[in-house]
Design a protein around this ligand. Structure first.
Ligand code: FAD
Ligand code: DHB
Length: 390
């Protein structure tokens, strides 16, 4: 089998890159380890920056997001028993974010791929990139017990943090930067109306809490928990009690509760691999970097990587120019490190750390108080939250 761009991974990065390439007449094949259903079941991100929404439109997969997504113009920060609104739109010349779940983005991109005849191989086992340091790379994989070979011009590693692409990069060149946080997020989804029409990020001595949503009838809530916490120890009642304890009393009273339809614990990590290009192999999205979820940057960073790589591949096939490909890693990393900084800062500001005690709590409350009363500080939060320019 031969294609122009072999894409490893059918998450949002692989699907978005694949669709933009297909629309531009650049042949591509996606190789995905899991089943289609498994990819669709993973509940993850929920907030899209405008740059990502525009890219979905450009891919021809934005119609349902525009119709059903919820455009948000602000967020609330809660601390010391009070809530304060950050006017994202007012502080950023009208920029908004879109609340639309990653599962829906993935579904829309998969539907579009099917409509436009894109080739995806699901349940591809033992995917392995080869010879990407030369001019004729290829990818091998096993499908239904038979080993196959996909020859290509380029390989896009869109296979997430645990994928094979980064692991295939030469250890002598790859440098990684990492911070692991001593807590995770316990998240649930419930078919109840959200407590507020916008998101609430809460700092509380018992730990961080986030009130988010997937629609006006579907709520997404998170509470910070120690890493060693077990999901079995969190029946729904305990979750709702803990959530309400961490919100200002007037807000807690208004939380609608109901049975959870999803419940999971996610660890928090900051991670960056450098560079993001190894000859004809490129790392895209979570394959190259992870942010802690505070600030909702993970999926949005995957989208900006796709923008840069798609433009570079377009230049290569359209004009025969290597310049975009040569610049990809540095361009992407410039934006990645700024989002890493923002996500780390917001995580540090909002969570309870085991070693900082009551002093740490007071410092956080002072910073939050400064933040919500200083237009300069609020603007800095707002422009990062809505997304820095591509
Ligand atoms: P993924 O979505 O990880 O997709 C990679 C794909 O590659 C997967 O389908 C995988 O099965 C496939 N794959 C892996 N290995 C191989 C292989 N060897 N061969 C073939 N295929 C392979 N971000 C936010 O902004 N907000 C959130 O609330 C949030 N919550 C998250 C919760 C969890 C548990 C996780 C893990 C991430 C969360 N994120 C969140 C981050 C966000 O979901 C990711 O940034 C986003 O999924 C990145 O997309 P991706 O396509 O790069 O990678
Ligand atoms: C969601 C997740 C986030 O990390 C965040 O900052 C906002 C919203 C969510 O899943 O809805």
């Amino acid at each position: 089998m031969r294609t122009q761009v072999a894409i490893i991974g059918s998450g949002p990065s692989g699907l978005l890159l694949g669709q933009l390439l297909t629309n531009a007449g650049i042949d591509n094949v996606i190789l995905e380890r899991a089943t289609k259903a498994h990819v669709l079941e993973r509940i993850r991100a929920g907030v899209l920056e405008e740059g990502m929404c525009d890219l979905l439109d450009e891919a021809g997969a934005g119609a349902r997001m525009r119709a059903e997504g919820l455009a948000h113009e602000g967020i609330d920060l809660a601390f010391d028993g009070r809530r304060h609104r950050i006017d994202l739109a007012g502080l950023t010349d009208g920029k908004k974010v879109m609340v639309y779940g990653q599962t829906e983005v993935t579904q829309d991109l998969m539907d579009k791929r099917e409509q436009t005849g894109g080739v995806s191989v699901y349940e591809a086992a033992n995917v392995a990139p080869h010879d990407f340091d030369g001019a004729s790379p290829f990818v091998t994989f096993d499908k239904d017990g038979v080993t196959q070979r996909l020859d290509c011009d380029f390989i896009a590693g869109c296979d997430g943090y645990h994928g094979i692409a980064r692991k295939s990069a030469p250890a002598s060149v790859l440098k990684t930067y990492e911070r692991v946080y001593p807590f995770g997020w316990l998240g649930i989804i419930a078919e109840v109306a959200p407590v507020n029409h916008e998101l609430i990020y809460a700092n509380h001595p018992r730990g961080f809490a986030l009130c988010s949503m997937r629609s006006t009838t579907r709520s997404r809530y998170y509470v910070q928990v120690p890493l060693e916490e077990k999901i079995e120890d969190w029946p729904d009642d305990r979750f709702w009690d803990e959530l309400r304890l961490r919100l200002p009393a007037a807000t807690a009273e208004r939380v609608s509760t109901g049975p959870s339809v999803e419940k999971s614990i996610a660890p928090l990590r900051s991670f960056v691999a450098e560079p993001l290009r190894f000859g004809r192999l490129f790392l895209v999205g979570d394959a190259g970097h992870i942010v802690p979820p505070t600030g909702a940057k993970g999926l949005n960073l995957a989208a900006s990587d796709v923008r840069y790589l798609f433009d570079a591949l377009g230049e290569f096939y359209g004009e025969g120019s290597q310049a975009g490909l040569d610049a990809y890693s540095q361009r992407a990393l410039n934006r990645i490190w700024k989002a890493e900084r923002f996500s780390w800062w917001m995580t540090t500001l909002m969570h309870r750390f085991p070693d900082t005690g009551a002093f740490g709590q007071k410092i956080q409350e002072a910073e939050l108080d400064y933040l919500v009363h200083s237009r300069a500080a609020s603007t800095s939060l707002a422009e990062n939250y809505v997304g820095l320019p591509y």
